[in-house]
Design a protein around this ligand. Structure first.
Ligand SMILES: [Zn+2]
Length: 353
């Protein structure tokens, strides 16, 4: 079968690999439709192996070369003898985190923090950018009629964004700042708006500013044109926003988020920083501010996200900037997304072309 395989930094190949030949009793054979390219995939391409295992993974023994793809929708083509949660022909999305179910965190229901965590498409035998994949039935959520295959491929990043906003305790009528309008920032914007918040988005890149305007649910603030924190305080009688969700992994953006929230507000770090950032912790003390981080999402959150999409409240497909064929994944996917002059936000790969 055809698959996009990570071998090493700057070496991702679309090549023929052996297709799965057996389906265990609790496993499901799927045929992916669409799969997103994630920031984690980009990091692997640029400087990996980081998350992909260079030595056998402690949970499942997987090792590079690795079939990529952990944000995907698929059709069920075969089920194991003990599977009852899905049937052949179902359209599904996969919650890609895999865990041992026995460590300190798993015993407390915090499976996304499992000490042996693995992930489909990063540290597992199969991935979503391939003609076929074998997955445990426990990670699948059926897509109801009205949720498209394209939307199904966006449930994973949509869950990341939702967890960030939820950790900010955002409520209807709240004022919320999102810093950074990449895929997660754009999805966080849609999600916060779906909760009934008034949303402001700080973003420098004109293409990404335009994407946020096109969503029609948020005000765009350009930090090169105005002092975002001062603007938000002026707008709210010197108070500031109730919560800020930092989605850029940028030091200045984190500082802006901390300067923009009201006393007893919450700042959530959802974007990944690649180097240390300097903040003034006195602000946290003086203003009773909570600074929280989020990692992935609760592993039980996918059915809720799918329901929100089905209800028309979370139009996740609006963040897609390109749909490409698998064979074009390096040139039109990775290279374009990493280009400093690139104008892509979210690229979805058709696993069947
Ligand atoms: Zn565990």
């Amino acid at each position: 079968m055809k698959a996009a395989v990570f071998h090493a930094a700057h070496d991702i190949r679309v090549e023929d690999v052996p297709a799965p030949t057996s389906v265990g009793p609790r496993d499901v054979l799927v045929r992916p439709y669409w799969c997103g390219i994630c920031g984690t995939d980009l990091h692997e391409y640029a400087m990996g192996p980081i998350v992909t295992p260079a030595t056998p993974h402690p949970l499942n023994g997987s090792v590079i070369p690795q079939i990529l793809g952990h944000e995907f929708s698929a059709e069920v083509v075969e089920i194991g003898t003990e599977v009852t949660s899905v049937k052949v022909g179902d359209r599904v999305t996969a919650m890609p985190l895999l865990f041992d179910n026995e460590c300190y965190y798993c015993r407390r229901g915090l499976n996304h923090l499992c000490v042996k965590m693995a992930c489909v498409g990063l540290s597992y035998a199969w991935g979503g950018i391939a003609e076929f994949a074998v997955l445990p039935d426990s990670i699948l959520t059926v897509l109801p009629e009205g949720v498209t295959e394209l939307q199904g491929a966006l449930v994973e990043p949509a869950a990341v964004a939702a967890y960030g906003v939820d950790t900010g305790h955002v409520r209807p009528g709240d004022n919320v700042l999102i810093t950074g309008a990449g895929p997660i920032g754009a999805l966080a914007t849609l999600y916060a708006a779906s909760l009934g918040a008034r949303v402001f988005v700080s973003e420098l890149n004109p293409t990404r500013q335009e994407l946020i305007r096109s969503l029609g649910v948020a005000e765009v603030l350009d930090p090169s044109q105005l002092d975002v924190a001062a603007y938000l305080k002026d707008l709210h009688e010197g108070i500031g926003v109730d919560a800020a969700i930092e989605c850029s992994g940028n030091e200045r953006a984190l500082q802006t988020a901390l300067a923009s929230v009201r006393s007893a507000g919450r700042v959530v770090q959802t974007g990944l920083h690649t180097r240390p950032a300097s903040i003034d912790p006195m602000v946290l003390s003086e203003h009773d501010i909570t600074l929280a981080g989020t990692w992935c999402y609760p592993v039980t959150d996918f059915p809720r996200i799918v329901n929100l999409i089905a209800a028309g409240r979370y139009p996740v497909e609006k963040v897609v900037s390109a749909q490409i064929a698998m064979e074009d994944i390096v040139e039109k996917g990775f290279e374009t997304l990493l280009s400093p002059t690139g104008d892509q936000v979210k690229v979805l790969v058709n696993a069947r072309r």
